[in-house]
Design a binder for this molecule. Structure first.
Ligand SMILES: Cc1ncc(COP(=O)(O)O)c(C=O)c1O
Length: 371
């Protein structure tokens, strides 16, 4: 089905930089630059400087950025790691893959980690906390850093949805041990397939992650330091990302403009709860990876939007701790559970025209006027 307002529009996205992307791919292929070559090093250097950290390591996914972070931090069997249930399942999966136990806390009304609950859940076994900066807005990092300092915990940021967002002037991924980013195609900066990267200011962590992503081996000496993984970011992806990175600030601005249009257009619908509008002062600078609204009539509204040719998604309809296969059913997280019944992600990407955004706003008004 061709939507009037699709949820993502990759053809339009790539059409705007087609020649540059194709020539970056051709150059990499014609030189045989496929793995761990100059394009990757360039990407790592530029993205580290964008985030404001000393090091960035290109990886195959945001998931592996978190898995390798936990491994490098020495998290393993017997340890507990605190995170949220209102996240993509990967945030919890990596804790289980390390042999550690996930301890889930609820989120606040902003859909980010309830920091007070983190303090309550700390035990002798707690080794790390993974705050998730959901939808392009950071968690309260000031409070989390204080807690981590006081209890000697490792803080690993799941920044998969927050590239370019900041809290108190510091960007996501620059606060603590590592920042873990996804380059999934629909992200603020997306690869042409899967990808991710990790940021850190810690030289030792940078070295460990470089080994962990490449089978634990030092290619120069041939020495193997430990069992590692194959988690490298492909060179062709890095070449494409180098083209895209220069447009990133402009794309973030456009996302913030769209958020403002949605905010102005939807603020007068009392049945709908909106995310905070973009502001240039205060602690939070949001990048609107997703524009997520909440409403009690969620399923009817989704159906109505679909009928009017507006594509939406729901993240996430079933809370992670409700999936019996995941063995998390003992957690009771009322805010997460309520949010799962109410959220809808509206289309949000730089290529949306003002008219398309206005159309979505009009459809929402039509829905609530008919009720
Ligand atoms: C909050 C969050 N964490 C982790 C991930 C995992 O990233 P990836 O798909 O690159 O492995 C995602 C990706 O969608 C995400 O949104």
């Amino acid at each position: 089905m061709v939507y009037k307002v699709p949820f993502v529009n990759y053809p339009e996205h790539y059409s705007r930089m087609w020649d540059e992307v194709i020539s970056a791919i051709s150059e990499a292929l014609s030189k045989g630059d496929l793995l761990l070559r100059g394009q990757l090093r360039q990407f790592e250097e530029d993205i580290a400087s964008f985030v404001g950290v000393k090091y960035a390591v290109g990886l195959n996914s945001g998931t592996d950025a978190m898995l390798l972070s936990l491994k490098a931090a020495g998290v393993g069997p017997g340890d507990e790691v605190i995170t949220v249930a209102h996240t993509f399942v990967a945030t919890i999966a990596v804790i289980v893959f390390c042999g550690a136990k996930p301890v889930l806390v609820d989120v606040g009304e902003d859909m980010n980690m309830n920091v007070e609950q983190v303090e309550q859940k700390i035990s002798k076994k707690t080794k790390a906390v993974i705050p998730v900066h959901l939808n392009g807005r950071l968690c309260n990092m000031k409070k989390l850093m204080e807690i981590a300092d006081e209890h000697n915990l490792v803080l690993i940021e799941d920044a998969a949805q927050a590239l370019g967002a900041s809290f108190d002037g510091k960007k996501a991924g620059s606060f603590e041990l590592t920042g873990c980013f996804s380059l999934y195609p629909a992200k603020v900066l997306g690869a042409a397939g899967d990808g991710g990267f990790l940021t850190t200011n810690d030289e030792k962590i940078n070295e460990s992650i470089r080994l962990l992503r490449d089978h634990g081996q030092d290619r120069k000496t041939g020495k193997i330091f430990f069992y590692g993984f194959n988690s490298r970011l492909d060179n062709i992806q890095a070449a494409i990302l180098n083209v895209k990175l220069k447009y990133l600030p402009k794309w973030i601005e456009r996302r913030r403009d769209i958020a403002q249009i949605y905010h102005t257009g939807l603020s007068d619908i009392p049945e709908v709860t909106l995310p905070p509008p973009p502001i240039n002062a205060g602690s939070y600078y949001d990048v609107y990876q997703n524009y997520v609204i909440r409403t009690k009539n969620r399923d009817e509204l989704v159906k109505f939007l679909e009928e009017k040719s507006v594509e939406t998604i729901i993240s996430w309809r079933i809370p992670n701790h409700f999936h019996s296969a995941l063995n998390l059913e003992h957690f009771k997280l009322p805010v997460t559970e309520q949010i799962s019944n109410e959220v809808i992600s509206l289309p949000m990407y730089p290529e949306l025209s003002d008219d398309q955004v206005q159309y979505v706003i009009n459809v929402l008004h039509d829905f609530y006027e008919q009720r």
